[in-house]
Design a protein around this ligand. Sequence first.
Ligand code: SAH
Length: 216
Amino acid sequence: MNFDELRRRMIAQHLRARGIQDERVLAAFANVPRDLFVPEALQAQAYADHPLPIGSGQMISQPYIVALMTELLELQGHERVLEIGTGSGYQTAMLAQLALEVYSVERLPELAALAAERLQALGYRNAHVRYADGSFGWPEQAPFDGIIVTAAVPKVPEPLIAQLAEGGRLVLPIGTQAAQTLVQARKRHGALQPREVAACVFVPLLGEHGWSETTE
Ligand code: SAH
C-alpha cells in the first residue's frame, strides 16, 4: 500500500476539488499520515473520504469535513486553539501544524491516552491532550483564538462563548443527535455572529453542556 500516493490523491480529489483553498491547510494534510490514526485493520481505507470507527463507539471524521472545519478556523500560525473531542487525534495534528498551541479535551480516557501517545510519537510538542468533559472548555488556558467542537451539540455550550477571544472563531456542528448543521461563529463585541456552512453528521457531545449521558 503506497500511503503517500493515496494521501496525494485524497488531497486532490476530496479536498482541493471540493473547494478547500487554504494552502496551509492543504499542506498540513500532506504531512499527516492518516493511516496511523485509524485501527490497523482499517488502514487500507484511511484515505477514503468517509468516517471510520476508532474504537469505543467513536469515529474519525471524513477528511473533507476535517479540512473544512480547519479552514473555517482561519488560522495563521499565532493562535491558541481549543478542540473538544480529541478522538483519534487526527484533527489535533492538523491544528498543531497550523496554530501556536492546541489544547484538546476528550471524554474517554482510553482515546485521550492513545491520541496523546500518537501526537507525541509524531513530534507535536504544542498539542496538549486532557481527559475531561470538554463541554466546560479548558478555562485555565482561555482565551482561545479558535475553538472547534468535533462532536454534535444541541446548542453552543455556554462556557465556550466565554473562553473565545474577541474576534475569535468557533466552529461546531449544531442540531439533533441524528443530523446537524456545521456553523462558524465569530465573536464580536462579546456576542457570537453565527453563519451556517454545511450539513453534517457527528457523534453527540455527551456532558454537562451537551447531551445528558443517560440518554446515550
Ligand atoms: N476529532 C476527532 C473526531 C472525534 S469524534 C478525530 O479527528 O478523530 C468525537 C469525539 O468527541 C469522541 O472521541 C468522543 O468521545 C468525544 N466527546 C464526546 N463528548 C465529549 C465531551 N463532553 N468532552 C470531550 N470529548 C467528548
